[in-house]
Write a protein that binds this ligand. Sequence first.
Ligand SMILES: Cc1ncc(COP(=O)(O)O)c(C=O)c1O
Length: 412
Amino acid sequence: MTNAIATTRPEGDEDMFAALVAQPADALLGLIALYRDDQRTAKIDLGVGVFRTDDGRTPVMRAVKAAEKRLIHEQTSKSYLGAEGDVAYTDLLGEVVLGPEMARSDRITGVQTPGGTGALRLGAELLKRARPNATVWIGTPTWPNHGPIFIEAGMAVRAHRFYDVASATIDFDAMLEDLERAAAGDIVLFHGCCHNPTGAALSMQQWQAIADLCAERNLLPLIDLAYQGLGDDLEGDAAATRFLFAKLPSAILAYSCDKNFGLYRERVGALWVQAPSPASIAVVRGNMLSLARSLWSMPPDHGAAIVRTILGSPVLRDDWMSELAEMRGRINLLRSALAAAHPDLAFIGDQRGMFAMLPIGADAVVAMRRNSGIYMAGNGRINIAGLTVQNIPAFVAGLTPHLCNRMPMHDG
Ligand SMILES: Cc1ncc(COP(=O)(O)O)c(C=O)c1O
């Protein structure tokens, strides 16, 4: 009966949605389903980009649980906040990200956003108003959502070279050569730390050269900082961001708390902008708020309230920092173990963050899934936190036939 109703099309009815083009399904979500249905017990999931413990869980952090308990008792209202979200959250977080002094600058303003994605989208909408004819330059490879976020906001996007997968190195000369083509007023997107998908980190000397290039050519840096504390430490992972903000009159920072507080589905982020003068930043803030109002009216409260509660309590803050250090320690331990397990993986030891790109083709990715039950993104990106010290040998055994420079066989 239900089907008969659904398929009966009234006469003269037009398909109002005929102009829509069918969209490909999200590849990583497809991978989750494939992994779930795989009956092999020794299967390894390196696909989805969430932190995992040694026993494969993505836990709620201790300080988050404690803050949630406090909120249940202490929160007296769920009435509306403004489009800027939780101001105490943005103020406390600003100190963690930018350092106490810079966070108080009268040329910098920040608002809460729904995750890092919301921060990037709000930044993109702001740029569409501020610099409608500018191009956003994005390094390759990058997080697959970067391009669509700016394109959907109506910005022109161009790729610049960044990382050479085969040699597992940043091609800095090629990057600078491509960025020489950027026009004055263009925007360049940078990963502040823990590059997704490569894990490759620019040196401070290279950041200096980038700051010089931005200053000389009048380029606006937009930094995406989604993994602070999961690379070297909280301070070190923010160093490049702080450096660019200090060196350049204007800069944008899209921030996510979803990984370093393990709050993924709560959608916790923030967008900071630095302008050349207090008068200019006041106008910027007004535009951020009016755009946020039309995008989501106000950001979801719960996750930001958790972060505010943690950062506002010395005890919870310390516990968050020590659990974050444990998470980082686990990732870096796995990086060292991988680097030691095969000479072709040595590069992974020097990189940082949750991801690395294996120097293998798409056919090898499929073969590893079929033959060894090892799951990863189609471009060869692995989530290091999906490994354990125990399953690294099985992972390396599944990978080795697909590496080009295999270890020479011993004579005899
Ligand atoms: C580089 C990068 N930026 C931003 C984000 C978005 O984070 P969120 O989940 O907070 O929207 C991600 C998420 O994977 C990411 O990897």
